[in-house]
Write a protein that binds this ligand. Structure first.
Ligand SMILES: NC(=O)c1ccc[n+]([C@@H]2O[C@H](COP(=O)([O-])OP(=O)(O)OC[C@H]3O[C@@H](n4cnc5c(N)ncnc54)[C@H](OP(=O)(O)O)[C@@H]3O)[C@@H](O)[C@H]2O)c1
Length: 280
């Protein structure tokens, strides 16, 4: 089997990345090899992917073939990094002009840790987010020193179909992750809580959920299309002695803004710690 792209950890993020590439014909499904941790995960990994994609568990001896791929996407959980062992045979030989590419999407795992774990590869650190699942993601990329212009283009082509790309210095990626990768969870929490509030105020559950989602998407479109600052939008909505300013007064007292600020700072700190935690 000729493998053009090997995916170590064919979970939800890896599928979000590979599916559009297969749909656009950038890679042929018969040349894609995906690895999962347990054989019981193979069928769910194959869901929504062309049947020609080969998926095996890490215990299957065929999984070692993944190391022959010129391009690998590493998408296991950061805590599973220690289970992934690069075979000595994939180290650079003298007749190989370039090391193969390995793109890691692991939260918090630094290029230094990746280079230590995969010395036979040119490692790239990528930070995508879950809106990538619907083609509206954001991806932060940090390049290693030894990457070529052509290799950068290969990496950009992987993330372009699902996201806007931001090429950043590596030390900025933790803050990028704290906002964009963790951000959908903060927003989901706010939307859920707003819907709960509407239920408490007397609306039926299905309607509350639907209205909360639509309020979010409408507000996002308004901010984007009219290019207005969030503070300006808040002031537009809050009329003197009105309902919104009463609610905003409560949100300030409850500390919503400072809670969100601290949440982003904490997520960035945790991302910085992950490489150390995984290597100990
Ligand atoms: N989800 C996000 O929003 C997001 C955003 C940015 C970055 N990331 C990063 O993306 C990575 C994957 O996240 P995810 O949400 O896609 O997780 P996931 O759905 O749990 O996927 C992880 C995959 O790795 C497989 N795996 C486990 N051990 C393995 C091994 N030894 N060899 C090969 N494969 C193995 C798992 O298989 P089993 O299920 O059989 O164990 C599963 O298919 C994480 O490092 C995360 O930090 C995620």
């Amino acid at each position: 089997m000729e493998i053009s792209i090997g995916i170590i950890g064919l979970g939800s993020m890896a599928k979000a990345i590979i599916s559009p590439l297969l749909k656009r014909g950038e890679y042929h499904p018969q040349h894609v090899l995906g690895i999962v941790g347990r054989s019981s995960s193979i069928s769910s990994a194959l869901n929504d992917l062309p049947k020609e994609v080969k998926v095996v568990s890490s215990e299957d001896s065929f999984s070692r073939e993944v190391w022959k791929a010129p391009l690998k996407i590493l998408a296991v959980k950061p805590q599973q990094l220690n289970q992934i062992k690069e075979p000595v045979s994939s180290f650079q030989s003298n007749d190989q002009p370039l090391k193969p590419l390995l793109i890691s999407v692991l939260a918090g795992i630094t290029l230094k840790s990746l280079n230590k774990a995969f010395p036979g590869h040119t490692c790239v650190r990528a930070v995508p987010n879950t809106p990538s699942l619907v083609g509206q993601g954001l991806t932060g990329l940090a390049w290693p020193d030894d990457i070529t212009i052509d290799q950068k283009e290969v990496v950009r082509k992987i993330f372009e179909p699902i996201s806007e790309i931001y090429e950043l210095e590596e030390q900025k990626l933790d803050s990028f992750l704290a906002l964009t990768s963790s951000g959908p969870a903060y927003i989901a929490l706010v939307v859920e809580a707003m819907a709960d509030g509407a239920v408490a105020a007397g609306l039926p559950r299905y309607l509350s959920n639907q209205l909360a989602h639509k309020t979010l998407s409408g507000t996002a479109s308004l901010l984007r299309e009219k290019k207005i600052h969030p503070a300006q939008l808040k002031d537009m909505v809050a009329s003197p002695a009105g309902t919104t300013i009463s609610a905003l007064r409560h949100l300030e007292l409850a500390g919503l803004r400072s809670a969100l600020i601290e949440a982003v700072v904490l997520a960035a700190q945790k991302s910085r710690l992950l490489s150390e935690e995984v290597s100990t």
